[in-house]
Design a protein around this ligand. Structure first.
Ligand SMILES: O=C(O)[C@H](CS(=O)(=O)O)OP(=O)(O)O
Length: 234
């Protein structure tokens, strides 16, 4: 059997061996949910950037530019970090450059893995099927919040580890704990995660519809994968 393990924050990624593994980066509120929404609605590719400046410069290369810091759209950017902005194929056919507070950092810290996927609830089952079709062990890399553990990314990690049970074992305590939490609370994602500190933070920005979207399961049948530093829909 293959293995599945969880890294709870980019600050802890140095404790995990990335080599030969498929890393699934997850930032439920909201970066990876937004990437999945954008790609499912016709964005052709996403380039991610750590800095606002580098990302903003991509505007002159024909990219739509999305920049967010601390939950709000950064100055000079066309878009922030809202998944619902991309629904109804609003920006279909365009390329996107994106930078966010936590999510893009987790992607850059996953370099060195065998493959990098982008995880979100709206394509959870597609990601499970893809991972089960591959021979590699899986590392779920939670973006967390500014280096700290967060509930929503960890609960997604539990959902993914639980869904992989037929093919992947989890021997470490983190994965066992999150599978147990998902078994207990997974039927009430929205109610349970309304207590999460990040959900409360984002509620102050009036983005209820974003939170609803981020916690909706299995809207899309495809997988988001980082290929040559670009996120694509496969
Ligand atoms: O916009 C978001 O959802 C967050 C903002 S913050 O973490 O509350 O500062 O950014 P993300 O990179 O998606 O965690």
């Amino acid at each position: 059997m293959r293995q599945v393990e969880i890294c709870f924050s980019p600050e802890l990624i140095h404790l995990h061996d990335l080599e030969g593994k498929i890393v699934v980066v997850v930032d439920i509120f909201r970066a990876t949910s937004t990437m999945v929404a954008a790609l499912a609605n016709g964005i052709t590719e996403i380039k991610t950037f750590a800095s606002l400046e580098e990302c903003r410069d991509m505007g002159s290369e024909g990219y739509l530019i999305a920049g967010e810091r601390n939950g709000v759209t950064a100055e000079g950017f066309q878009l922030g970090n809202s998944p619902v902005a991309y629904l109804n194929n609003q920006y279909a056919g365009q390329k996107l450059a994106m930078t966010t507070t936590n999510g893009t950092l987790a992607i850059s810290k996953s370099q060195g893995a065998y493959e990098i996927l982008i995880g979100a609830f709206p394509n959870l089952s597609a990601t499970v099927s893809y991972l089960q079709s591959r021979d590699q062990d899986v590392l779920i890399h939670c973006a967390g919040w500014k280096g700290r553990f967060n509930l929503e990314d960890s609960l997604y990690a539990g959902a993914l580890a639980k869904s992989l049970e037929a093919t992947h074992t989890s021997e470490e305590d983190g994965a066992l704990a999150m599978k147990a939490l998902f078994e207990k609370e997974g039927h009430n994602l929205k109610g349970f995660l309304s207590q999460a500190s990040h959900a409360k933070r984002l509620q102050n920005h009036n983005i209820e519809s974003d939170i609803d979207f981020c916690l909706t399961l299995d809207l899309y049948p495809s997988v988001a994968k980082v290929e040559s530093e670009v996120v694509k829909w496969i």
